[in-house]
Design a binder for this molecule. Structure first.
Ligand code: IPE
Ligand code: IPE
Ligand code: MG
Length: 236
């Protein structure tokens, strides 16, 4: 595998709807096919020894979709956690949910809480699933948590810097995103990991998410390895 590997890969898994349309099948089946793609990418990330993988599964804006599509996605989510948790735990994967679990339906919320609790002590791949997630909401929440600490006298306002803020994000303790991939050719962040992507390298493959396979993933990792990252500095 091409070196250096990114420590933290983030993926906006986009294109399930267009994939379903192209195959003249229901959008729910496009999402189902998308889950299959996700399984393979998670397994490969774990096998490669990538430290963190963040996947955008459901945004705070995705509630705007039809009740049928939202219900299909919620159903798939529950199914996913029920069927995958044993294998993920066995692979030493630690699951974190990025997003507002309280805004989820009861069964889904319970499954998310269980997955986090069960894998809390695992030391392999950090698998972050962004569900009911919005980057701005995450930053607002971090500001609120810091304000509450200040009111309680636990921190002074002058102690609030970048590290203090990062520590209140869902990704606290994890490295910043090195590589962000958005499939389906769309070139926008759609409110994903706004803070964590400050110096991420971006890749926008045309492939629709259900077709994104290991070859595409390896090509993305190779493209990342060829990037010249300067972080504002200048190389000699
Ligand atoms: C991404 O696929 C999956 C979710 C948003 C849950 P889309 O459903 O957005 O696919 P397109 O953009 O309509 O093709
Ligand atoms: C972003 O994709 C969210 C997920 C992939 C879960 P969308 O398809 O919802 O984003 P927009 O609406 O095209 O920006
Ligand atoms: Mg989309």
């Amino acid at each position: 595998m091409s070196q250096p590997l990114p420590r933290h890969v983030a993926i906006i898994m986009d294109g399930n709807g267009r994939w379903a349309k192209a195959h003249k099948i229901k959008v729910a089946l496009g999402h189902r096919k998308g889950v299959e793609a996700l399984r393979a990418i998670i397994r490969e990330s774990s096998d490669l020894g990538i430290e963190a993988l963040s996947l955008y599964a459901f945004s705070t804006e995705n509630w705007r979709r039809s009740p049928q599509e939202v219900a299909a996605l919620m159903g798939l989510l529950l199914e996913y956690f029920t069927s995958e948790i044993d294998e993920l735990d066995e692979k030493n994967v630690r699951i974190r949910i990025l997003g507002d679990k309280d805004g989820m339906p009861d069964k889904q919320r319970a499954a998310l809480i269980n997955a986090e609790a069960r894998t809390r002590d695992n030391t392999g791949l950090n698998l972050n699933l962004a569900i009911n997630y919005g980057g701005r909401a995450e930053l607002a929440r971090a500001a609120r948590l810091l304000a509450e600490k200040a009111v309680r006298g636990e921190i002074a306002p002058e102690d609030i810097g970048e590290d203090a803020l990062a520590n209140e994000l869902y990704t606290a303790g994890l490295p910043d995103v090195d590589l962000l991939i958005r499939t389906s050719g769309e070139m926008r962040l759609s409110n994903f990991l706004l803070y964590q992507c400050a110096y991420a390298e971006f890749l926008f493959p045309e492939t629709l998410w259900p077709d994104f396979g290991l070859e595409d993933y390896h090509a993305a990792l190779a493209a990342f390895a060829g990037r010249d990252r300067r972080f504002g500095g200048r190389k000699a």
